[in-house]
Design a protein around this ligand. Structure first.
Ligand code: PLP
Length: 398
């Protein structure tokens, strides 16, 4: 065999994703692309904000000397200062550019963090359901991902966390607003988790890092306040990107912020910068660093996504689907009408609706709908969701 057994095993485990993809392509050929409703990808359909294009033109017409050169591996000081200022406003802490490392998206940032903090066998705890790539990011560095069950409304289950945190726990990885549920963890549950971590750190004589993965933090609906994780957890790192909020996933731009209250924050900064370099990222894309420094705190597309959430959520509930109303991000995570969510997703594909099974997020019995698609796609898909509801005899009001 020419590839590593670990990679081979991962490919085998996710072979159903390829099959789903092939099935989608087959259906599109048969019925036409606009007659197949693909809700599988968290790839925003909105264009980036107008200011982004203006700044891009500005830079292209007035290039800065040396703007494409290597730089400090942490990123441009001006960009890191702009982010530190923004995060200071959001969190009420005082952050400095020495606490910001620019990364190639949140995915790159998470790998940089895992490389920096993990020893072989260290455990990273995550609340279910969770973004599937986390498992790979942790095993990349010989760590172990430990899923912790959430409550039925997908909020943190503090009893489960009490059992799960042990002397092997190196980090807790939270994602709120959450992919795939759209849930925002409540301030009170985060405060309780903070108290629990403090007790466990004292009992085991360890430091437990709280890693907050926040690529959806600017996509929050109904005027809800997103609790500031940096403020709540003194031993925290924030990692995020502009893949979702500025519709820039292909540009690979994000950052890590280190909580200034961490006693070893300087060492951590040096470790993160080193990891960024030796993982081969070297530094985050230079052009994008210049552009996003002008767009910190920008709320782009919130009203559009909120309207789509309402359209889809209200219709699915009326059809009899059971689903927790999302408070942010652009996903719905309904219960699967069949216990076997993979079988259900295959049945939905026959009705031209492409979905992702909850099993892919450590939550069998559910399925994910990504509604970062046009309103027209959602409207045109509704008769097909109706057929699915009829096929599975859901008792909706319509
Ligand atoms: C929760 C979560 N974290 C991280 C990522 C990775 O994002 P990026 O494109 O910034 O690497 C995603 C992408 O879908 C995500 O949903």
């Amino acid at each position: 065999m020419s590839i590593s057994s670990q990679v081979q095993e991962s490919l085998n485990k996710s072979s159903w994703i390829r099959k789903m993809f092939e099935e989608g392509a087959r259906l599109q050929e048969k019925y036409g692309a606009d007659q197949v409703f693909d809700f599988t990808l968290g790839n925003p359909d909105l264009e980036p904000p107008e200011e982004f294009h203006q700044e891009l033109v500005n830079l292209a017409t007035n290039p800065l000397p040396g703007m494409h050169k290597y730089m400090n591996n942490a990123g441009f000081p001006e960009t890191r200062r702009a982010i530190a200022t923004h995060l200071s406003q959001v969190s009420g802490l005082t952050l400095h550019e020495k606490q910001i490392v620019m990364t190639t998206g949140a995915g790159g940032g998470l790998n940089v963090i895992m490389k920096t903090i993990l020893n072989p066998g260290d455990e990273v705890l995550v609340s279910t359901p969770y973004f599937a790539e986390y498992g790979f990011y942790v095993t990349n560095f010989q760590g172990k991902l430990v899923p912790v069950n959430s409550k039925t409304d997908f909020q943190l289950d503090l009893v489960a966390w009490d059992e799960a945190i042990t002397s092997k726990t190196k980090a807790i990885l939270l994602n709120s607003p959450n992919n795939p549920t759209g849930v925002i963890y409540s301030e009170s549950s985060l405060q309780q988790l903070k108290n629990l971590i403090k007790v466990k750190e004292a009992a085991y004589g360890t430091t437990i890092y709280l890693i907050s993965d926040e690529p959806y933090s600017n996509l929050v609906y109904d005027g809800i306040h997103l609790p500031a994780v940096l403020k709540i957890f003194p031993h925290s790192l924030l990692v995020t990107s502009h893949s979702k909020d500025l519709s820039l996933p292909g540009e690979r731009i994000g950052y890590i912020a280190i909580n200034p209250q961490l006693p070893d924050h300087e060492l951590l900064f040096n470790g993160l910068v080193f990891a960024n370099r030796v993982l081969g990222f070297v530094n985050a894309p230079a052009l994008m660093q210049r552009l996003v420094s002008k767009l910190q705190g920008k709320k782009h597309g919130v009203a559009v996504y909120q309207e789509r959430r309402d359209l889809l959520y209200n219709n699915l509930v009326a059809l009899g689907f059971k689903v927790t109303k999302p408070q942010g991000a652009f996903y719905l995570f309904p219960q699967s009408p069949l216990a076997d969510d993979i079988v259900f997703v295959k049945a939905a594909a026959k009705q031209r609706i492409l979905l992702v099974p909850g099993s892919g997020f450590g939550a069998p019995g559910y399925f994910r709908i990504a509604y970062c698609v046009s309103r027209e796609t959602i409207l045109n898909s509704l008769p097909f969701f109706t057929k699915i509801a009829e096929e599975f005899q859901l008792n909706g009001s319509c």
